[in-house]
Design a protein around this ligand. Structure first.
Ligand SMILES: [Cu+2]
Length: 481
């Protein structure tokens, strides 16, 4: 491979990594990760560079004499970690044995290289970590064990010359696609998420602690996910402010977390590589902005792979009231639609399933838990105006929000309003929301009874997207209209 072709392939690899990447790194103001060195180390008799098996160039092995390790070490293997990939992904050595291994992390979040025997070398952003690894005659594969990273492409292998290449897609070490997760009868019962919308915060400056918590959560009866959360719940807390308020989010990532995280408020006007960058466990940051536009907005973690962090629970709703405020109503609710792509029980969701071109979530839910408002209906009065704030957090599936048995007299979706007193007498039956879109709907129930809450994409109603409003005593009186 000549130099220019190698550079072109290097750029492609970087572009792919950047495409999968979102803002990260504490305090760093990069736009794209720097291009790592892909020049081979000096050739040595004991080992040599192999032809590239993938788009990434092959690595070489440095002379053993240059490694500051014992005499049994046959050479030094070097790879670079970027967000999210290894360069190169395939290395070749001449002989089996023990090798020093250097992991250079030019990315913006922590990465590691983990081998099937459990050997792990971890490098923080911008650092190089070293260790040693035994390469057997049949070769060895490796991956980054940070959740989601292997699924995003951080896998590779070391091949011994003359042996069959080792597959880098062995099932060891990393999350395997979960194709048939069985319910666990010992799983804790789901915890109901209060659907009551928050009151608007007093004052015009708000200091809000947003503490990240990695924990387990029962997302449907018998199914537990190792979720990542804002504030310990999925969705995170709903936040409601006036138009023009100053919002000061104190984002905290406890030392007990395993991963870097970040937050991206769609209600803010800030640079992607400014307040949205990631913070490591033990760090905190201030994300300050003025709420200049009214609406129902999404906030979410944007740390790479953002798809995994959102799919694993890191999202919430922020309501910015319009000029003059919304008309006060006694009954206001907040519903966030989202998807669960189950991994193994108790583990983070499957990034492979979430990343499918035609994703098929195991559950599609309102406020984090399948069927929770079917099992515990939301009780409302008859004949009074009800308001629901809606958000489709996705990460992938559209919502067609509908309540069986009523008609929306007001819809405010992404800044466009259907008003109850419109001249034509128009109404609305379903609100279409793509991922990250929000709306407000208002309606009233004409009779006592049960009114199902669904997405009218009905294939999902049986997968958890079903709730109930119970109006009055729940028994229809069939009044004359
Ligand atoms: Cu996160």
């Amino acid at each position: 491979m000549n130099g220019s072709r190698r550079r072109v392939l290097g750029v492609i690899a970087i572009a792919l990594a950047v495409a999968a990447c979102t803002p990260a790194s504490a305090g760093r103001s990069w736009t794209f990760p720097p291009v790592p060195s892909i020049e081979p180390a000096p050739a040595v008799p004991a080992a040599s560079a192999a032809p590239a098996a993938t788009q990434a160039p092959a690595a070489s092995v440095a002379p053993a004499a240059t490694a500051a390790v014992g005499g049994d070490v046959l050479g030094t293997l070097e790879i670079t970690a970027v967000d999210l990939g290894f360069q190169p992904t395939n290395l070749t050595v001449d002989a089996p044995g023990t090798y020093a291994f250097a992991l250079k992390n030019t990315g913006t979040i922590v990465h590691d290289v983990t081998f099937p025997d459990g050997t792990t070398i971890t490098a923080q952003a911008g650092e190089t970590a070293t260790g040693s690894v035994a390469i057997p005659a049949e070769g060895i594969s490796f991956l980054c064990s940070i959740p989601g990273h292997a699924d995003a492409g951080m896998k590779g292998s070391v091949t011994v010359k003359g042996s069959a290449a080792t597959s880098s897609s062995d099932s060891h070490g990393g999350p395997a696609p979960a194709l048939d997760i069985q319910p666990d009868p010992a799983a804790p019962a789901p915890v109901r998420y209060d659907p009551t919308a928050p009151a608007v915060l007093d004052g015009d400056v708000h200091d809000i602690d947003l503490v990240i918590e990695e924990k387990t959560m029962t997302v449907a009866t018998g199914f537990v996910v190792g979720v990542w959360t804002f504030g310990g719940t999925v969705p995170g807390p709903a936040i409601r402010v006036h138009l023009g308020d100053l919002v000061r989010i104190h984002l905290k990532n406890p030392i007990t977390s395993k991963l870097p995280h970040s937050v991206d408020f769609h209600s803010s006007l800030v640079a992607w590589n400014g307040p949205m960058t990631s913070i490591n466990p033990g760090e905190e940051k201030l994300y300050e902005f003025r709420a200049k536009y009214a609406g129902v907005w999404m906030y979410h973690c944007g740390t790479a792979p953002a798809l995994h962090h959102i799919a694993n629970g890191m999202y919430g709703m922020m309501i910015v009231e319009p000029k003059g405020g919304l008309e006060p109503l006694e009954n206001e609710y907040a519903l966030v639609q989202s998807e669960w792509y189950l991994g193994e029980q108790g583990q983070p969701v499957s990034l492979t399933k979430a990343a499918a071109g035609a994703p098929s979530p195991d559950f599609l839910v309102f406020n984090g838990v399948a069927d929770q408002y079917k099992d515990g209906p939301i009780e409302i009065p008859v004949g009074k105006r009800i308001r629901v704030f809606l958000l489709d957090a996705g990460p992938n599936i559209d919502s067609s929000f509908h309540i069986v048995g009523t008609i929306f007299s007001r819809v405010i979706k992404e800044g466009v309003e259907l008003s109850p007193d419109n001249a034509g007498g128009w109404g609305s039956q379903a609100v279409d929301l793509s991922p990250a879109q929000g709306a407000i709907v208002e309606f009233e129930m004409a009779d006592d009874g049960l009114y199902p809450i669904v997405t009218h994409a009905f294939n999902f109603v049986g997968r958890g997207a079903l709730g109930l409003f119970k109006a009055g005593d729940g028994e229809p009186k069939n009044p004359q209209q």
